[in-house]
Design a protein around this ligand. Sequence first.
Ligand SMILES: [Zn+2]
Length: 260
Amino acid sequence: MAVPRLYKTEAVIIRQRKFGEADRILTLLTPAFGKIEAKARGVRKTTSRMSGHLQPLNRCMIQLARGRMTDVIAGCETLESFHRLREDLDRLSESLYVAELVERMLPERVPNYPSYRLLLDTLRRLEQGDGREIALRYFEIRLLDQGGFRPELEQCVGCGKQIEAESHFFAPRAGGVTCPACAPDSGGARSLTLNGLKVLRQLQREPYNKNARLRLDAPLAQELERHLRSYVVCVLERDVNSAAFIDRLRRESQLTPAEV
Ligand SMILES: [Zn+2]
C-alpha cells in the first residue's frame, strides 16, 4: 500500500455534508489550491476530537492525506472561529450566503488567492458589524469579477454605446447595463437609477476602503441588492445543482424570472 502523502493548508470551511455513517465531506476554500473537497472521518461521532474545529465558516490549519478519490483530513486546528457571527442570526445567515456563493461560483482546484482573501475579509467585515450592506454588495461584485462573470457597467451590452447619465437599465441576462433603446430586447432588464449606477461602478472600480464609508438609504440599498441578486441568479442558473439556492435567493429578493 502506498504511503499517503500528507500536506498542510490553511482553509475556510464553506460547506459540509453528511457521508456514510459518521463521516462528513467538507468543501474548503484554500489560499493556494482554490476550492477542494475533503473527507472528515468519524467526525459525527461524539468522541471526535476534530468535530469542534471543522465547523462551517471556521478558518483552520488542516493537515490532509491525499486519497485516491478524495483527500482525507488527518488533523486540524482552529485559527479563527468568527464566534460573533454565530451569535447573531442576521450576520450568520449573511455569512452562510457568502460561503455558499463562493462554493457555487468557483471551480474546483483552480488556485484563486484573491477569492480566498475576499472571503476572509468579508467574514471579518460582517463580524465587525457596521456597513454590512456595503460589505455584501462589494463581495458580490468582486466575486463575480474573480469568477469570470464581471458585469458590464460602462457600455450598453446591446449596442456598445457609452452609457449616458440619463435613463439606464440593468439587464442581468444580457450581462450588464443597457441604454433605453436596447432595454426591451434584453430579457429581464429593469431600470437602474443614476445613484445605483454610480455606486455599482464605484464598488467595481475602487478598493474596499474607498467604499467602506458609503451609506445607502433603504431604497438604494434594496435596488442594489435586487440588481446584484438577479445577476447572481443568472450566472448560477447554468449550474443545475444551484436550483434550491436560486429559489431561496429569488424568494429573499422577490425576483421574478423576467421583468421585461
Ligand atoms: Zn444600447
